[in-house]
Design a protein around this ligand. Structure first.
Ligand SMILES: [Fe+2]
Length: 345
């Protein structure tokens, strides 16, 4: 395939500093939404009012974007996947009893402009925007580990339509300044030779079911044979790989392991780091790049994490699970993934 398409793209990570008038507008809108919909920013919003609350959040954000065309343009390009990541500085920084709710409401205001929020029941107790913090005994390569969280895409075990397109992190506190990294597929490819890149398009790899989903009866621990790189329908290169949970499948030649080792080096060489702390928001495309997080050796760190997908995928998830709303039983997606893999292996 030609990589020219990749070279013509807008730079993958777009940094934005909001002017204070935009910060004030967002702050004002979030407080109004919190008054109108008191459960909107809770860990489990009231499903009866949530859909309407989301519509109002979008309306409020559209009003703000109508006066700030450039911000709307950037978010529209995040939605259409021309921009892989956006790092926003200058968002409101809330304190006091309602701070968690207000952070979550701003998260919904921004995210709703690019897609639909969802969560798996099995993760973070089904909280739509969990507050992620380190725990002393947090498992390796998980959101709760205080150690380095190595490069990965989220939930690579699932076929694409059952995992998130975008991941958003809204910072509240980050005392040690631990950075979050994003390496986009364009840069990774440019740092590898063609032989290794072509190898990564081959279905010679297995991905392990994320530990956060636990042991689900009937679901194998390892996926069927998968490739790490894919060409999407519009010609973009997509990537899926948990670097700490990937194995070369039996029967693959030595080039498969060699290419995987080179991939990890290319990720290390190209990753860009951003400190997600109070007033900052990092949103990145989970299909277009690998993310990682530095160790948290001391102090508090709290970010609100959310998963976003497009309209069609949300409707598909609702149909598969036979439910409305935004929180889904991942067992159904895992069963569908197993069916898909059985039919295509
Ligand atoms: Fe992740």
């Amino acid at each position: 395939m030609s990589y020219q398409h990749e070279l013509n793209r807008i730079p993958a990570v777009f940094p934005i500093s909001l002017p204070s008038k935009v910060t004030r507008s967002i702050n004002y809108a979030a407080r109004n939404l919190n008054s109108a919909f008191p459960s909107m920013g809770e860990r489990h919003p009231d499903p009866k009012t949530f859909a309407f609350a989301l519509d109002c959040a979008k309306e409020q954000m559209d009003l703000i974007l109508s006066k700030n065309d450039w911000l709307g343009y950037i978010l529209a390009n995040v939605e259409n996947e021309s921009i892989d990541a956006v790092y926003i500085r200058g968002l409101p920084r809330f304190k006091g009893v309602d701070s968690s709710k207000l952070h979550r409401i701003v998260g919904l205001m921004i995210g709703r402009t690019i897609g639909n929020i969802f969560q798996y029941q099995q993760q973070n107790h089904g909280v739509l925007q969990p507050a992620l913090s380190p725990e002393p005994d947090g498992p390796a390569n998980s959101n709760s580990t205080p150690d380095d969280f190595l490069g990965h895409t989220d939930d690579a075990y699932f076929i694409k339509k059952y995992r998130c397109r975008n991941i958003a992190l809204y910072g509240e506190i980050n005392q040690c300044g631990a950075a979050t990294g994003y390496a986009h597929s364009e840069s990774i490819i440019q740092h590898m030779n063609d032989r290794h890149v072509h190898q990564l398009f081959k279905s010679d790899y297995l991905f392990k079911l994320p530990a956060s989903f636990g042991d689900i009866p009937g679901i194998p621990e390892w996926s069927e044979r998968r490739s790490i790189l894919h060409e999407s329908t519009n010609g973009d290169v997509h990537i899926e790989v948990p670097t700490y949970n990937t194995e070369v499948c039996a029967g693959a030649d030595g080039l498969a392991l060699e290419a995987f080792e080179q991939l990890k080096k290319a990720i290390d060489s190209t990753i860009q780091w951003f400190v997600v702390t109070g007033s900052t928001y990092l949103m990145f495309n989970n299909n277009r790049g690998v993310h990682a997080r530095e160790a948290i050796p001391y102090g508090n760190r709290r970010v609100y994490r959310s998963y976003w997908t497009d309209n069609e995928s949300l409707q598909n998830m609702r149909t598969i699970c036979g439910t409305e709303g935004h929180v889904f039983d991942a067992t159904r997606f895992l069963e569908e993934t197993a069916n898909y893999q059985a039919q295509n292996s």
